[in-house]
Design a protein around this ligand. Structure first.
Ligand code: NAD
Ligand code: DAU
Length: 354
């Protein structure tokens, strides 16, 4: 199988590259990434020589139609997985422009390129699949009870979520209007290695290690449903290989936690692992709430479980400890991605060679 995967230098995309190349020795993967502030080529530096032989990296924008046409002309892709996105809610609240450009228009450009390459007479080349990696945020916010199912109406409440919902609509339009064999996955909050340290878990780890305040938005009682990133990657692979075209698959951990509780557990593990007495709840600071802050997300993942046999394998306690250990062993990674040092390294050592 030959895949085009976008957003490979980001958090979930890089984990997906490892997951796919480790799991399928026949797989060949082309990774496309613009290397924004959130994308780090170094995230892919742990590929083995064999995996590296089956992987090629292209720095570029999913909005670059000429580049997409060139890639689809060079390679007979059987699948496309679109991770490329602006992904941070707080940044979208500050300025949504690039979210619309990448998440909505970029998805459209990719769909058009796949559609052009895969059309065959009145139908489509056999065995092709486009997977759009979406989010539970497109459903909006829940009250105390209930879960998002694939039938829940789309009701995004922040500009990031709205841009992802816009992309989902375009993917569904390409399926319904033209028959493009496309699926959508909508997952809850991921955690694990290589997550950019602006997101809750890596941000809290970094600040605690530096004895800096831990900013908890509002009362900290908002609920997220946390899933270990490799469990998400397994789910996406199943949808890519066996998902029914036109279908949406929700993915979640059945692991709902209030933010404050999550931060407390994180501090406990971090305190134990480091033996640092300054790491504790005294670092927590309640700060102004995120505007439009969604109160609760929770996923009903019954459909993907019933149809594709997926369920999460990583229990939260183990996954959190593993994640904390990764950030402890990779403290210089955190500082380098924040400073942009890895991007400068890429530009000096790789970009010039094409
Ligand atoms: P991320 O911000 O870590 O990575 C995004 C990657 O996309 C980066 O490598 C970036 O350089 C690249 N990119 C951005 N704009 C691009 C463009 N125009 N062209 C090419 N590449 C571009 O994001 P993530 O957390 O890994 O999320 C990946 C996908 O999964 C996103 O679509 C996100 O909406 C979705 N998602 C994330 C979560 C989560 O908890 N992180 C949960 C559900 C869904
Ligand atoms: O639900 C899936 C979504 O999860 C993905 O689509 C997004 O790409 C991803 O970023 C994530 O969105 P969240 O907004 O839920 O993640 P974030 O890590 O930014 O915040 C998690 C919760 O923690 C949220 O309720 C806001 C809160 N928070 C976050 C930060 C960064 C804080 O209280 N303090 C903080 O400093």
């Amino acid at each position: 199988m030959k895949l085009l995967v976008t957003g490979v230098a980001g958090f979930i995309g890089s984990n997906f590259v490892y997951h796919m190349l480790e799991g399928d020795p026949a797989l060949v993967l082309v990774g496309l990434d613009k290397l924004t502030y959130a994308g780090n080529y170094d995230n892919l530096s742990r590929l083995t020589p064999d995996q590296r032989d089956r992987f090629s990296f292209v720095r570029g924008d999913i909005n670059d139609r000429a580049l997409l046409a060139q890639l689809f002309g060079q390679h007979d892709f059987e699948g496309v997985v679109n991770f490329a996105a602006e992904s941070h809610v707080d940044r979208a609240i500050h300025d949504a422009q690039v979210f619309l450009t990448t998440n909505v228009l970029g998805t459209h450009a990719l769909l058009e390129a796949a559609a052009r390459a895969w059309r065959s007479g009145a139908g489509w080349l056999a065995g092709r699949r486009y997977v759009q990696v979406s989010t539970d945020e497109v459903y909006g916010s829940l009250g105390q009870q209930g879960f998002f199912s694939e039938r829940s109406p789309l009701a995004p409440r922040n500009p990031y979520a709205a841009s992802k919902a816009g992309a989902d609509h375009i993917v569904q339009a390409f399926h319904h209007t033209f028959g493009l064999p496309a699926c959508i996955t909508r997952c809850s909050n991921n955690y694990g290695p290589y997550q950019f340290p602006e997101k809750l878990i890596p941000l809290m780890i970094r600040n605690a290690l530096r004895h800096e305040p831990l900013p908890v938005y509002g009362d900290g009682r908002q609920i997220r449903d946390w899933l270990y990133v490799r469990d998400h990657c397994r789910a996406i692979e199943l949808v890519l290989r066996r998902g029914r075209p036109g279908e949406v698959y929700n993915i979640g951990g059945h692991n709902e936690l209030e933010n404050l509780e999550l931060v407390r557990r994180l501090l406990q593990v971090l305190g134990q692992r480091t033996g640092d007495p300054a790491i504790g709840e005294g670092l927590i600071r309640h700060v102004a709430d995120r505007p439009g802050h969604d109160r609760r997300y929770a996923i009903d993942a019954g459909k993907i479980q019933a149809e594709l046999g997926w369920e999460p394998l990583t229990r939260f306690e183990g996954g959190l400890t593993q994640t904390i250990d990764w950030y402890l062993s990779n403290r210089e990674w955190t500082e380098r991605v924040i400073s942009g040092e890895y991007l400068a390294f890429y530009e000096q050592n790789y970009a010039a060679r094409g």
